[in-house]
Design a protein around this ligand. Structure first.
Ligand code: MG
Length: 203
């Protein structure tokens, strides 16, 4: 199982980090050892001095595919979850300055928070999902998948040109504006519409 993460998929977020709005999707990966599930505590890593949350809608691939056409991409998923792409922003900025890969800032243990999955259906359209993140009870990020620069189907078409997608692979679809730091003893709670998807503590 692999975890594919899309960067800069909401223009307001690209701007807040002074990044250009991309013309093609940008993706990077996390290993399966990065997963944090079941509302377990997150342990603030000692190598990081500026850890940021990025709340993201997550798609799980349910069919094997390669070179998937955009118009058929919706056959490759039927559930969504909410996740956090934890980012060691200080390390990421250092690597970006040097033009080096981001893994030490993105792929570390517990950096991929994942909720349970809920079914997509006529009440929940993948490109009209409202989602939000609260830190200590205060809303810090709010987004809607209708604001994505690249749709889920475009992402699947693009990524599957390079990688074979397998059953169980996860795609973190990018974060809206409002990313920010967390500290030990903070509590993070994520919602899809009014449904609480995860709720856990930073230790
Ligand atoms: Mg992200």
């Amino acid at each position: 199982m692999k975890i594919i993460c899309i960067g800069r998929n909401y223009s307001e977020h690209a701007k807040e980090l002074q990044n250009e709005v991309p013309k093609e999707p940008v993706f990077f990966m996390k290993p399966d050892s990065a997963l944090l599930k079941n509302n377990q505590d997150f342990f603030y890593p000692g190598f990081c001095g500026n850890l940021h949350y990025e709340v993201e809608v997550v798609i799980r691939i349910n069919r094997l595919g390669k070179y998937i056409e955009e118009r058929f991409a919706n056959r490759y998923y039927d559930e969504v979850a909410l996740g956090i792409d934890f980012t060691a922003r200080d390390l990421q900025n250092k690597m970006k300055e040097k033009g080096l890969p981001w893994e030490i800032s993105k792929a570390f243990d517990q950096s991929a928070v994942l909720s349970n999955f809920i079914a997509l259906n006529r009440f929940l359209d993948v490109q009209h999902i409202p989602f939000s993140l609260q830190k200590n009870g205060e809303t810090v990020q709010e987004g809607n998948t209708s604001d994505m620069i690249f749709t889920v189907d475009q992402i699947i078409a693009y990524v599957s040109k390079f990688l074979t997608l397998k059953i169980g692979d996860l795609i973190y679809t990018g974060t809206p504006a409002g990313v920010g730091p967390i500290d030990i003893s903070d509590r993070l709670t994520g919602y899809i519409a009014d449904k609480k998807m995860f709720d856990f503590m930073i230790r």
